[in-house]
Design a protein around this ligand. Structure first.
Ligand SMILES: C=C(C[SeH])C(=O)N1CCC[C@H]1C(=O)O
Ligand SMILES: [Zn+2]
Length: 598
């Protein structure tokens, strides 16, 4: 009897997989059409398709629930059934699901359409976050211009979404309960398939914090020199508008005036890309060639036909935030990116193509397994490749950097530049969902959203707002992922595990060996290593068919996430920063902010 039920279950799940592929494809097309052209028509179409797909999905779910899958012998069939019993937001009654979809679409639209007036020309009021505001934060050293731009963006993109965010929290929490979770926080954490994920995340931060405090102290010291003690106090948090990024999440744009050894060769990839007439297409083709050098898959023809690699100039409003899309039909994979020719976008191009590579590698898995081993894995793939691309050795191979010394000073400069991207990001990557966990769990109420957000920014990141904030502001929604309902802990995890992956792939490529100072982890380039590529490809092919420790073990031999990769990679920089901060008498850490935000 049980065997018969199990074989019936196997046949059923095959049919369910075909239906799920069809439904997800339909939904993804409607989402793509809306996000790449934010018209009322496309929004209504997305709402209609979303509700149709939700109701069909619920019908299948009822049938799925009728199977006694807990008794099945086949662990793989059980895993598929377990995933299929998670109905998601389709569990909501149609009217509540409609309210949820409308709230999210409204926040997305507010964010994408938000514009501000130019500081130097108040009649020019068509500045979006991409590319105009991003460029201002990359190039301006005018503290007043940066402060104005920061305040205007947060007013235009954040505050208007406060009520929609509250509606979203209520609806999403209702869906969580219907899926058997206390709140959305536990639902999001379930993606990491462990009973102690929050403790694991906290333990990783404890490992990283000393390294972060050193780079924070060093950067604050240099910003104090540049902007003066009044603007950048010796022991306080760093004002968020001076760090080269509208969210202060990475600080690469302050590298040029804070680097340890200013007279050393400048690794300014942006200038080289422009000088060599790189186009968006050429950046993507260059990234593709790295993947194929590893014996991984090229981009399909359809990818080049259907992707949007530059901001359209037909005046349409669209979501510019870079993203990679799986249309769940095994053929259609796209990137949407408003590329500009910068070092940052060269990295993002590899990041997005890493998602597509993952889609390609697991496209023959059942649809239910077409996901990352955990969300952090999906964000790490492209970044692992970019770690090799960013080495002076590889930049020289590409002709983007002229020859120069391989001495300690150059290595410290290179590690510092990478640290402003990777070390700096970690507290931000961690705190964004610490904030949202608090909101979903009700420990942060609608009356203290902004206060709690800035308390986390101050305590974890050592950053403060450029001016007083109140609950009339809603600064979290000025960040894309909050407005778009995209979980964020995935990036924090990615920025840690990508160094574990990098270390193992470098060993496979013969580019690194423990303790061999002639082959530093930070100088490893896995380019052309089919040994590394095959190991990576095998892990990617698993998708989410196995618990992530199995996927982690497939590459690293370890079954746990730890920051040892990050710490080993940046050890020389950590030693240098500690000595430098002591030499300069810099205060390490920060005292509470004197800016009013609660
Ligand atoms: C590039 C993407 C699309 Se998945 C992104 O959102 N990232 C990549 C780095 C962190 C995060 C961000 O921009 O906040
Ligand atoms: Zn990503």
């Amino acid at each position: 009897e049980r065997a018969a039920e199990e074989s019936a279950g196997r046949d059923y799940v095959r049919t369910l997989d075909e239906q799920t592929s069809r439904l997800r494809n339909k939904k993804t097309i409607a989402s793509w059409d809306y996000e790449t052209n934010l018209t009322v028509h496309n929004e209504q179409k997305l709402l209609q398709v979303s509700l149709e797909v939700a109701s069909e999905t619920k019908e299948y779910w009822k049938e799925t629930m009728s199977y006694l899958w807990h008794e099945f012998e086949d662990p793989d069939l059980k895993r598929m059934f377990k995933k299929y019993t998670e109905l998601g937001t389709s569990a909501l009654p149609e009217d509540l699901n409609q309210r949820l979809i409308v709230a999210i679409n409204s926040m997305q639209s507010t964010y994408a359409k938000a514009t501000i007036c130019d500081y130097n020309n108040r009649t020019k009021c068509d500045l979006h976050v991409e590319p105009e505001i991003t460029n201002i934060f990359a190039t301006s050293s005018d503290a007043e211009e940066l402060k104005y731009t920061w305040l205007e963006w947060h007013k235009a993109a954040g505050a208007p979404s406060k009520s929609n965010f509250t509606e979203y929290v209520q609806m999403e929490n209702e869906a969580a309960k219907l899926n058997g979770y206390d709140t959305v926080a536990e639902w999001w954490l379930s993606e990491y398939e462990a009973t102690d994920s929050e403790d694991q995340f906290a333990a990783l931060w404890a490992q990283i914090k000393p390294l972060y405090e050193q780079i924070h102290a060093y950067v604050r010291g240099h910003l104090r020199v540049k902007y003066g003690e009044e603007v950048v106090p010796k022991k306080g948090p760093i004002p968020a508008h001076l760090l080269g990024n509208i969210w202060a999440q990475t600080w690469g744009n302050v590298e040029k005036f804070t680097r340890p050894y200013p007279d050393k060769t400048d690794i300014d990839v942006t200038a080289a890309l422009i000088a060599q007439n790189y186009t968006a297409l050429k950046m993507f083709k260059t990234a593709e060639e790295f993947f194929t050098s590893l014996d991984l898959s090229p981009m399909p023809e359809l990818f080049w036909e259907r992707s949007i690699l530059e901001k359209p100039t037909d005046g349409r409003e669209m979501v510019c935030h870079a993203s990679a899309w799986d249309f769940f039909d095994g053929e259609d994979f796209r990137i949407r990116q408003c590329t500009t020719i910068t070092d940052a976008f060269f990295k993002t191009t590899h990041h997005e193509m890493g998602h597509i590579q993952y889609y390609l590698q697991y496209k023959d898995q059942p649809v239910i397994y077409r996901a990352g081993a955990n969300p952090g894995f999906h964000e790490a793939v492209g970044d692992v490749i970019a770690l090799s691309v960013a080495t002076p050795k590889h930049l020289r191979v590409m002709g983007l950097l002229e020859d120069g010394p391989e001495d300690l000073e150059s290595n410290i400069n290179q590690l510092y530049k990478m640290g402003l991207d990777k070390i700096v990001f970690l507290p931000f990557g961690y705190l964004l969902d610490l904030f949202r966990y608090g909101v979903f769990r009700g420990t942060t109420t609608v009356d203290d959203y902004n206060c709690h957000f800035w308390q986390l920014r101050e305590s974890l990141q050592g950053v403060e707002p450029p001016a007083p904030r109140s609950e009339a502001d809603f600064d979290p929604a000025a960040k894309y992922h909050i407005a778009a309902d995209v979980e964020y802990m995935r990036y924090y995890i990615s920025y840690i595990i990508q160094f574990q992956f990098h270390r193992s792939l470098c060993q496979l490529a013969g580019e690194y060996a423990v303790g061999d100072s002639s082959r530093l982890l930070s100088n490893c380039d896995i380019y052309n290593s089919t040994a590394a590529g095959n190991a990576l490809g095998k892990m990617l092919q698993l998708g989410s068919s196995k618990p992530w420790p199995d996927a982690m073990e497939a590459i690293t031999g370890q079954r746990f996430m730890d920051a040892s990769g990050v710490l080993e990679y940046f050890q020389p920089l950590y030693d240098w920063l500690k000595a430098e901060n002591e030499r300069n008498g810099e205060f390490v850490g920060w005292e509470p902010s004197t800016v009013q935000f609660c």
